[in-house]
Design a protein around this ligand. Sequence first.
Ligand SMILES: C[S@@+](CC[C@H](N)C(=O)[O-])C[C@H]1O[C@@H](n2cnc3c(N)ncnc32)[C@H](O)[C@@H]1O
Length: 410
Amino acid sequence: MTTHSDNAVTPFGSLSAALIDQLRDLNAIRTDRVADAFRAVPRHVFAPDAPVEEVYSNQPIVTKRDERGLAISTVSAPRIQAFMLEQADIQPGMRVLEIGSGGVNAAYIAELVGEAGEVTTMDIDPFVIDRAKRFLPEAGYGQVNVVLADAEFGAPKHAPFDRVVVTVGAWDIPAAWWEQLAPGGLIVVPIRIRSLNRSVAFQLDGGHLVSQSIERAGFVAMQGAGAFGEEVVYLHDDTVALRVDDGQQANGALLAAALKQPRAESWTGVTVGDQEPFDDLDMFLATTLPGFCLLTAHDSAVVEGIVQARPWGSSALFCGGTFAYVVLRQLGPDRHEFGVYGHGTDAEGLAARVVDQINAWNSRHRNGAAPVISAYPAGTPDDQLPGSLVIDKKHTRFTVSWPCRGTRCS
Ligand SMILES: C[S@@+](CC[C@H](N)C(=O)[O-])C[C@H]1O[C@@H](n2cnc3c(N)ncnc32)[C@H](O)[C@@H]1O
């Protein structure tokens, strides 16, 4: 391990110090240990082709694109790296597996585990692994194990791990990650649940995993044996679509016909401020309503008034030939009210279900404790699962419980 003690007086040192201040302000860096790791690692060594100001700014650097131009490998944005390291709570002497490589994050982890620990970083892409093999020793972290393999099967030669830090968008938690985790260990994984991406720190608790913290985070998607796409159901040309996840079955023809029917509108009386996040509402709807999906639309379809979707997608629900989705209307200069638009044979009924859930979230869970996501191995019987809605993946059965604000749920 190298301590770049001269950083403070180099141009990189001042760029790095400014980045650390910014990450503290964003509450992404919360501990001195993570700040020290960011201070010690010369981030620019891992992205030699990018301008140094960019490397020390809070943005990802794309290192590889696929044939359609979509990013498939990046040096992740520092904010995401920092809060995931905080979520992972990595201590000196630990054995850590990083899934999805690039080098810089493995170097931060090497700083956190110190000389008594061991870091393994793995990637499916030889181009990424070649870079990591080059840059890690160059930056002073030649002790990191660098493995070229599909992470679906973990890195058995280097297991067990106290921490598995996944830096690629996953849809499931493969059995190998559980099997290679030491008792009481943590897996930090950006997981897609019903089309929503969240970085979840899961702790191994006997035969299942329980979430310790949840943060909003988007990543490039997993390739290889664990790749799992969403179904995209187009409702109007290729400009309006429902993203239907987790193998739920949607009838595209019926839903496209539904959009042609007049909409039903319901308003909730529940309001939100201009800059107030409501990720929790999306997650609440996604994990309590079967048929949850995301409505996405090009700007042109919004301008034409075909739908009123948010740029990153609006929470929606489908059932047979009906769908309904969450909208906002302006009430004052910085206040908006949640409403629901429905289309199709039971537009009013489905919209009313979503309205009821928005009210339930507002009265019992808003600004309350974070939900608890539990993951059980596939095959676990229903009666051994907490929560009512089970989200089934290939390896895992997820359930989500929402603690009520205060002492009782009414
Ligand atoms: C966001 S990048 C990793 C960022 C990196 N940890 C850093 O330090 O900034 C995601 C990486 O995951 C890799 N990846 C995708 N699917 C994978 C799989 N099944 N197994 C291992 N790596 C995978 C990609 O090749 C890509 O390099």
